[in-house]
Design a binder for this molecule. Structure first.
Ligand code: FSO
Ligand code: SF4
Length: 548
């Protein structure tokens, strides 16, 4: 195997024997094959589109397939065999449709034409020829992978929007076009750089679409205090990012004496009016994803994963874990997709929560969330006034992901040591490094403004653009805002490309620069966008306060 898509790539080069995340070489090979077969599917979907035929099943599966290969989503080889088979079936269907409209039945790419037996062995035998290393030019490989990781993030966010019935042909089309471009052997560095920047533009549009989907469906997030302890009685802990899964579970548990708690990236759900209205949505238990092995042992109830980040489960709680959507682990019970017009059936999860016998009450402090763009804009006058009077000297965007690397203590230390006249803008699970610290407020404005999930980084960009307008500036980089971003997986790559597209310069990126950036590609990012690695807490705080 060769995988270097997340910040934990072994030795910051690549995982080559077993993933630090727990992915084995079989799943890695089946994921490589899925990406390959999705490119073949994209080829025929694109040709069919050019002939005037679109097919939503194919468009959607491109998103789902990409999403399933994101770090910590799915570790089940059987599911990847099924996904590969579906990619091949849809590919051939799209080819027939395209050819029926007069398209040439020949294609210049093996991915669009090869005929598998559709068995695990067959896919594994082919996998060696389709690994990332099959692209020999280091810079082309780096840019193709940067593009694909950006696409994976876009796919995840577009899929979340899709389940709430929000979709965009532009996103479908870009996904297809970009996948097909990565098949080209003759593609140049410059062509790939343009595609990567275009992916940033599509990433902004995708996050905007998801923001619209979430706020239209569940209302605008509002400032909310979230309890972090437990109450007596049966409970279900819900992790991941899928708000529809949470809503359906809340509906199905209502009046049954089973309480629901959020974990990790589900915390922001508490701020949405249409979710917080459920009285049995009690609070948030635990912290960021990588602490789940300890935290789940302490939660004597059922646990539901709606998306990443799933960590190899321990035997001590494995039988209480359920997956749904694109998440998978061999042997863990999976809640299947709903049939048209119905909800998913979460009764096995509810039954398990009851069987567990219930949780014991435990104290916990309250954390304040809900600072998405509308809520911050409602405070805009106060914020602008505080900046004009010098009460707020600087905003520091510390969005992104948390992770187990020791170096990530840096983010807690930055939060603790930033001058008291700074405000931290956060989104994503990165917040767990500092959201329980009592950092106080500035004239009633909390010093940590939590916009929500990683995709709600859109809110932070929106706030920055609005502040630019309010201060009459011509460049977003003239605002008193610094970016100290933590990344872990490919959704963070999508967010990073979105920020670059919006013209943000001078981003600090940690805890390490991505292993998939070749020295030349890293140089392009440094020269054009002044991206830099994090350094010491002291040096970085001094530099950020000086606007550097
Ligand atoms: Fe975190 Fe995991 Fe939201 Fe990621 S829980 S690391 S960027 O999946 O998606 O922030
Ligand atoms: Fe390694 Fe990350 Fe790939 Fe897992 S996803 S195999 S940890 S690089």
């Amino acid at each position: 195997m060769f995988c270097y898509q997340c910040s934990e790539a072994a030795k910051n080069i690549a995982c080559t024997t077993r993933g630090v995340c727990g992915k084995d070489d079989k799943v890695a090979a089946l994921e490589d094959m899925l990406i390959y077969n999705l490119k073949g599917l994209a080829y025929w979907t694109k040709i069919a589109r050019e002939k005037g035929v679109t097919n939503e099943e194919a468009d959607l599966f491109l998103l789902e397939g990409l999403f399933s290969t994101i770090t910590n989503v799915n570790f089940d080889p059987q599911r990847f065999v099924e996904y590969n088979n579906k990619a091949i079936d849809l590919r051939d269907k799209m080819k027939d449709l395209a050819v029926s409209k007069g398209a040439d039945a020949n294609a210049p790419y093996d991915a669009a034409t090869w005929k598998p037996q559709k068995t695990e062995a067959d896919y594994l035998a082919k996998a060696a020829a389709t690994t990332i290393l099959a692209e020999e030019n280091e810079d082309i490989r780096s840019l193709k992978e940067l593009l694909i990781y950006g696409l994976k993030g876009i796919a995840a966010y577009a899929d979340h929007a899709y389940v709430l019935k929000f979709k965009s042909e532009e996103i479908f089309k870009f996904t297809e076009d970009a996948l097909v471009e990565t098949l080209r052997k003759d593609i140049t560095v410059n062509e790939l750089i343009s595609l990567v920047l275009k992916a940033g533009e599509i990433a902004v549009k995708t996050m905007e679409l998801l923001d619209r989907a979430n706020t239209t469906t569940y209302g605008k997030p509002e400032i909310t205090q979230v309890f972090t302890g437990l109450v007596d009685g049966p409970g279900i802990l819900v992790s991941g990012h899928d708000l529809l899964d949470l809503e359906e579970l809340l509906k199905q548990t209502e009046g049954k004496g089973v309480n629901v708690y959020t974990h990790g990236e589900m915390l922001p759900a508490h701020a949405y009016p249409e979710l917080k209205k459920y009285k049995h949505l009690i609070g948030n238990f635990g912290t960021a994803w990588y602490n789940q092995r300890e935290e789940f042992e302490q939660f004597n109830g059922a646990i539901l994963f709606t998306t990443n980040c799933l960590v190899p489960p321990k035997d001590s709680y494995k039988d209480r874990v359920f997956t749904t959507g694109l998440v998978g682990w061999p042997g863990i019970k999976h809640i299947p997709n709903a049939t048209a017009g119905k909800m998913k059936d979460f009764s096995p999860v509810i039954q398990k929560a009851i069987e567990c016998g219930g949780l014991k009450a435990k104290d916990g402090k309250k954390i304040t969330i809900g600072f998405a763009h509308d809520q911050v804009m409602a405070l805009a006058d106060k914020v602008i006034d505080a900046v004009n009077k010098g009460a707020i000297k600087r905003f520091v965007v510390m969005a992104g992901c948390d992770g187990r690397a020791k170096e990530r203590e840096y983010y807690t230390e930055v939060a603790k040591n930033l001058p008291k006249d700074t405000v931290i803008l956060t989104a994503g699970c990165a917040k767990y490094r500092y959201n329980m610290l009592d950092l106080g407020d500035i004239g009633g404005i909390p010093r940590v403004l939590d916009a929500g999930q990683c995709n709600d980084s859109y809110s932070l960009a929106y706030i920055a653009l609005k502040l630019k307008e309010a201060f009459g500036l011509d460049d977003i980089n003239k605002l008193p805002i610094s970016y100290d971003i933590a990344w872990y997986e490919q959704k963070a790559v999508c967010v990073l490309l979105a920020l670059l597209y919006l013209g943000v310069k001078g981003i600090r990126l940690g805890p390490v620069l991505p292993a998939f950036l070749s020295p030349n590609v890293a140089k392009v990012l440094v020269e054009n966008f002044n991206i830099k690695p994090i350094s010491s807490v002291k040096e970085d705080i001094e530099a950020m306060m000086a606007g550097k």
